[in-house]
Design a protein around this ligand. Structure first.
Ligand code: DGY
Length: 321
């Protein structure tokens, strides 16, 4: 019997994959910035015992059905909406993600995005570099305060709580909405649970950090934006498809809300001529929530450890339950 075959859908650093290469036949899609084409993914998966995947790879019934040797899919992300977890269960494939290691880093980015949107940092930086700065003036690039305002966090998981922690440092009132109440967060972060509608009505900053599921798909729709304050800023660091982007665009253009900071989009990469990107009150980032070198290395490392554990017949470290 040959060594197990492991396919990695993106070029990862050599030192990260070295422990895998010592034990298994490892093949890596050679491009760092290009998604592996579907036909190659299907072909590779059909002979692999393990896959290390990115959130841009669709791991669905079609793939699982024709991958008889597959035992584990380790996704380099905490979110796993790109994977049909139920189908994986049916085919006896273990799915792993990368929780915990990215919590603080993603919370940093989420809060940075909130600050950047509120204080118009990107516009201001472009203003200086574009040679437009002629004088100090009282309302030049005036944004809105963050401190002492109300933040409404939708999705009070680990990242939500880490964002709440940062918000407390800015003396903010913290509201949250979650599938179930998080009593720990209420105690330690003085966070107040409220209904989705109440959160929308009361928050100055509405922050979306909930996972994408059938229930949260387009949770932020026309009706949701209509309930928000006209001065509110919407931040999305969860998943793009939780938002009806047309409804968001209309809310922004008609000034039903004041601005949006978006790290995620329904279609990624978002096309540069997308209407949302033409608005000055939108700060857009290329899905970099967990993108620090330390954290991305840690995420890749967790994936490799999960693959090795499963291929050695052990319990994986971070399986999706
Ligand atoms: C995740 O891990 O789900 C993030 O979105 C990746 O940055």
């Amino acid at each position: 019997m040959g060594r197990p075959y492991v396919f990695i859908t993106r070029k990862l650093p050599d030192d990260i994959v070295a422990p895998l290469c010592d034990k298994y036949d490892v093949n890596m899609w050679p491009h760092e910035h290009l998604v592996v084409p579907r036909d190659i993914l299907l072909q590779e998966a059909s002979r692999a015992e393990a896959l290390i995947t990115m959130l841009s790879d669709r791991i669905d019934e079609e793939l699982l059905k024709q991958s008889p040797k597959l035992r584990v899919v380790a996704n380099v992300a905490v979110g796993y909406d790109n994977i049909d977890v139920e189908a994986a269960k049916t085919y006896g494939v273990i799915v792993c993600n990368t929780p915990d290691v990215l919590t603080e880093t993603t919370a940093d980015l989420t809060f940075a995005l909130l600050l950047a949107t509120a204080r118009r940092l990107i516009e201001a930086a472009e203003f200086v570099k574009g040679g437009k700065w002629k004088s100090w003036s009282p309302l030049l690039l005036a944004g809105t305060d963050v401190h002492h305002k109300t933040i409404g966090i939708v999705g009070m998981g680990k990242i939500g709580q880490a964002v709440a922690h940062r918000a407390k440092g800015f003396y903010m009132r913290v509201l949250y909405y979650n599938r179930s109440r998080n009593i720990e967060a209420e105690k330690t972060l003085d966070a107040t649970y409220c209904s989705f509608d109440e959160l929308l009505r009361r928050s100055d900053f509405v922050v979306c950090l909930t996972p994408l599921t059938n229930e949260t798909y387009q949770l932020f729709n026309r009706a949701a934006f209509a309930k928000m304050k006209s001065s509110a800023i919407f931040i999305n660091a969860g998943r793009g498809a939780i938002v009806d982007e047309e409804a968001l665009y209309d809310a922004l253009i008609h000034r039903r809300i004041a601005g949006a900071g978006l790290d995620v989009f329904a279609q990624e990469p978002i096309r540069s001529d997308h209407p949302l990107l033409q608005l000055p009150n939108v700060v857009a980032l290329p899905h970099i929530g967990s993108a620090t070198k330390e954290t991305r290395y840690a995420m890749m490392h967790v994936c490799c450890r999960n693959v090795m554990a499963v291929l050695e017949g052990k319990e994986p470290y971070t399986p999706v339950r």
